[in-house]
Design a protein around this ligand. Sequence first.
Ligand SMILES: NC(=O)c1ccc[n+]([C@@H]2O[C@H](COP(=O)([O-])OP(=O)(O)OC[C@H]3O[C@@H](n4cnc5c(N)ncnc54)[C@H](O)[C@@H]3O)[C@@H](O)[C@H]2O)c1
Length: 267
Amino acid sequence: MNLLHGKVGLIFGIANDRSYAWHIAEALLGHGARCAYTSLPGEKNERRTRKAIETLPNGGMQGGHEVWMAPCDAGKDEDLDAVFDAYTKKHERLDFVIHSIAFADREWLAPGKFTDTPRAAYLSAIDISAYTLAAMAKRAREPMKASGGGSILAMSYYGAEKVVPGYNVMGVAKAALECTARYLAWELGEHRIRVNTISGGPLRTLASSAVGGVDKMMEATPLKAPLRRNVEGSDVGGAAAWLVSDLAAGVTAENIYVDCGVSAVGV
Ligand SMILES: NC(=O)c1ccc[n+]([C@@H]2O[C@H](COP(=O)([O-])OP(=O)(O)OC[C@H]3O[C@@H](n4cnc5c(N)ncnc54)[C@H](O)[C@@H]3O)[C@@H](O)[C@H]2O)c1
């Protein structure tokens, strides 16, 4: 329960109570962290995120603090500036940032569509799904330094390394994300800021429903994976809590598989 006592941070990516970010928040709160949240701007998005936060343990609150949520389109520098400014005015420390966001135009996320991906769709996938990690780390650096260090964590997928038909430009963006995390880890390590990615197994969420072929991935995993099952949100939540905690003080620039072992199997 007290693994994360005293730690405070920001979670990007709760769209609803199926989001990986929701499961991460549940685990961090359960281990005693205090969480602040962002949502996509727009009344409908903000209402949906707020509703999901309310279903977290204790309504998403920790230690009697009000729930703090700010709108943020991570594709806009001014939104990121506003979120980090507002966060640091309201919170005394920044110990973690959870990057659990991604976007690619679903039209190009189907088997056979990669070769035709237009330039704009390719660049926007990399912008929102990978560059934003660097953009957040840049803004987290000073408050984390002032907190004596921190942990930045982003969500990836095996399609970064191997061809998963239909994952397409998102696989390219995840490769960029994992590499971005390693370069950030090198530069920020001198401030005791750690940067890691979790490569999570397929989970039914809004984002994964856009990927053509996700049903096949979920059918294949229990047949192939050493653990003979699909991953659950709480599996990723637990690994995230560990990576945010001081138990992982020596872990940085890593990509941790939380996929029931399926990535280790060749056939
Ligand atoms: N679900 C899976 O099978 C799976 C597997 C491995 C990795 N992931 C990764 O996990 C992360 C979370 O996805 P999820 O599956 O929980 O789906 P989700 O749809 O619940 O979450 C995606 C989030 O990205 C946010 N987002 C999109 N564009 C944004 C922008 N411009 N600015 C700010 N936020 C934006 C959405 O608002 C949403 O909250 C993503 O990086 C995804 O690629 C998902």
